[in-house]
Structure formats: C-alpha cells, structure tokens
Design a binder for this molecule. Sequence first.
Ligand code: NAD
Length: 420
Amino acid sequence: MSTVLATARNPYDITLENFDLAADTLELEDDIRAMLRHPERVLIVNIPIRMDNGRIRRFEGYRVQHNTARGPAKGGIRYHPDVTVDEVKALATWMTWKCAVVNIPFGGGKGGVACNPKELSHGEIERLTRRYASGILPLIGPEQDIPAPDVYTKPQIMAWIMDTYSMTKGYSVPGVVTGKPVSLGGSLGRNEATGRGVFYAIQSACEHLRLPLKGTKVVVQGFGNAGSVAAHLLDTHQCYVIAVSDSRGCIYNKDGLDIPKLMLHKEKTGTVAGFPASEPISPRQLFALECDILIPAALENAIDEDNAPSIKANIIAEAANGPCTPEADKVLEAKGCFLIPDILCNAGGVTVSYFEWVQDVQHLFWEAQDVYNRLERVMRTSFNDVLKFHLDRKVSMRLAANMLGISRVAEAIRLRGLYP
Ligand code: NAD
C-alpha cells in the first residue's frame, strides 16, 4: 500500500513546482531563485552491515542540506523502503521553508536510509544506524547539521547516533541530535511535539473558521507518532475520531474510536487492525468519510487527483510532509476545503527540537508545561502569520506558507550577501 502512495509522483518535482509558484508570486530575484532550487550539499553513503545470519548486506543512505543561510541544517532521518535521494532532497527543502515559517534559527536538512526496519532485528537496526551515522559524520554536528526522528526512527535511534558521534569526540555531545530519550538530554514534550503542534494549528483554524472544535468528526490516515498524538489530543477535547489507518489496516466506528485503548492495542499488536468496537474499511473509504477534519499523517502523495474529489472534510490538516499533490490541491481548493499546509501544520516537531537543542547547549532543562506554552505561542503566531499572507495576498494557504518561508530565507541571503 505505501509503495503505491509514496512513488506516485517524484516529491522533488512537486517541491520545485510549488517553489516556482511562490517565487513567481514573490517576484524573487533570479540569482536567489537559482540558489534555492538546488540543495547546498547531497551526501550518498554506502552502509554495509553484518546481518544476524552472519552475511554482509549493503544499504544506501543519504543526508541532504538544502540551505543553511538562517542557521545549521535541521531535519529528521527516515528509514523506509521507498526512500530515494529525490525524496530526501524534497524533505530537506521543505525543512528550509518550515524553519523559516516558525522563525527558528535553522536551515533545512533531511536524511534517510532505504531499508525496511520491520524486517530488521534490534541489533541489525543498531549496526545500520551506527554505520550510517559514521557515514554522515562529516556533515553533522551541533553547529552544522542536527538530525532528528522521522518515519520509523525513534528516540533509541537518536541515542545511537549521539553515541557514535560522541565516540569520535571523546566526550558526550547531546546537541548533535534531537528527539533523544529524556535521560540523554532529550526535551520533555518532544516525542508528542508534532501531534501537539498539529492540534494547536487545528484549534487556530477552527477559531478562524468559527467552527466549534468540540463535537467535530475527525479522520486520521497514519496512526504513528504524529497521527496518534494529534488524535489523542482531539479526543481529549471531545472530538470524535471516527476512523484511523496505518500501513496494515483502516478501522472505523461512526460513534468515535476509543483512542487511549486504540493506542494500547497498537502498542501491543503493532497495528490498528483488529481493534474491537471497530469495523475494517478500505483506504479509499477512509478518505471519503463524512467528517469535519481530515489529518493525513503518513507519507507523501496520499491525496491525489484520484481520491481528492471524494473528500468531504472542511479542514485538511497536513501532519505528514507532502501528503497532497498539486493536482489534489486544486480539487480541494475548488471544493472550499481549508488547508493547513505541512510546513505550518507539522512544524511543532522541529520547534520542540529547537527547544531541545537550546536546552542541551545551555545544560538547563525546562518543565513540560513550559515546553507546551512556548510551542503553543509559536504555532499560534505562525498560523496567524500565514493566515495574514493568505488573506492579504488572496493566495491559497499552501502558497501563503511557501511565500512566507521563502521570503524569510531570501531576506537572510540578501542580508548576508551570500551571492556575488
Ligand atoms: P511514524 O513512523 O511514527 O508513523 C507513520 C505511520 O504511518 C505508521 O503508523 C505507519 O503504519 C503509517 N503508514 C505508513 N504507510 C501508510 C499508508 N500507506 N497508509 C496509512 N498509514 C500508513 O512516523 P511519524 O513520525 O508519525 O511521521 C508521519 C509523517 O509526519 C511523515 O510524513 C513525517 O515526515 C511527518 N513528520 C513527522 C515529524 C516527527 O517529529 N515525527 C515531524 C514533522 C513531520
């Protein structure tokens, strides 16, 4: 299922298409435009590891730094069979705009390894992670490029990267990655930061649309870190999460799923499928459900021209990166759906990663409520900044977010005089 979704369109082509549209609307200078259409650095690494059966198997990994005009590169690492260099370039580019939209002092980076972690043992994942970390060592560092978790990478993987980097220095360097376990210099609130940020963005959108949040019907595609936390917060605010999915199944209950119990079920069985008090549905049926809020929280290209016409939600909250193709955007805009674009909607993750990095550098750690309050402020300010562009310039929310991010990066480039 995921293979079909993730390979439907080259995500880097989509990134450039959206960039060109924003650059044209901003009337961006040609020289800055040429710089921003290409990443600063692309590293491809060979990762040979010894498998549990004693044989050596080779994997390929990537680290891309798209732009560092505003600060060190920042961005997650993805382990997935469909990872390609173009996907990582797209994700790194989105990170550049995203960090600028939430106004944190980072540029955009991303990494990935083409592998299926579900088929690897704990030991094989550790050896793969350490070998990948040593491969990308020339690029990473707390002042250079700071990785974080993404699809199928967890705090334990960040701990191994931190350890591999620290071994080369001879002392502990917690600031080299974020999304670490709290006992290793991680931040309280980082694990749920993306989903919590999605929740604040949805709250802001409901206020703008004068739609009471309480009682809304919600559908979530991808019940992983981002999707499950957003679902849980909405559930605690008396919304009805009527359907969710993961790579192994889609489930539905018209009266709302019991989200805390579903989280335990997923933890125990590894999937949402088979949850009691729910009925199985198809991915196509999931997107076509009658609901107020649809949260795509899995992979790129989940919503395209094929399934967009069936969508009935008022609000599309993009917890995933790049879940809607440009063709789907047109269909959804024509239907009057209110879009909270990915580089705004899921920016809670990188925002709390920034907080974690600040805490590591200062060796001074904050309470969870402090993290939540600061995150809420950042999300609400950024939402209003994007909304203002959307209303003042009469452009779509996606174009507004891209224009805001790109204009801040372009300003940094002009001020630094980074081009001749
Ligand atoms: P995750 O690995 O925790 O969860 C991904 C979930 O998606 C899993 O439950 C998986 O089963 C499901 N999935 C995969 N293919 C699917 C398909 N075809 N249909 C339905 N479900 C499918 O990953 P995550 O961290 O929650 O990331 C999800 C999305 O959020 C990605 O696009 C990621 O880039 C984005 N994101 C994550 C963070 C973060 O901090 N984790 C930050 C910003 C954006």
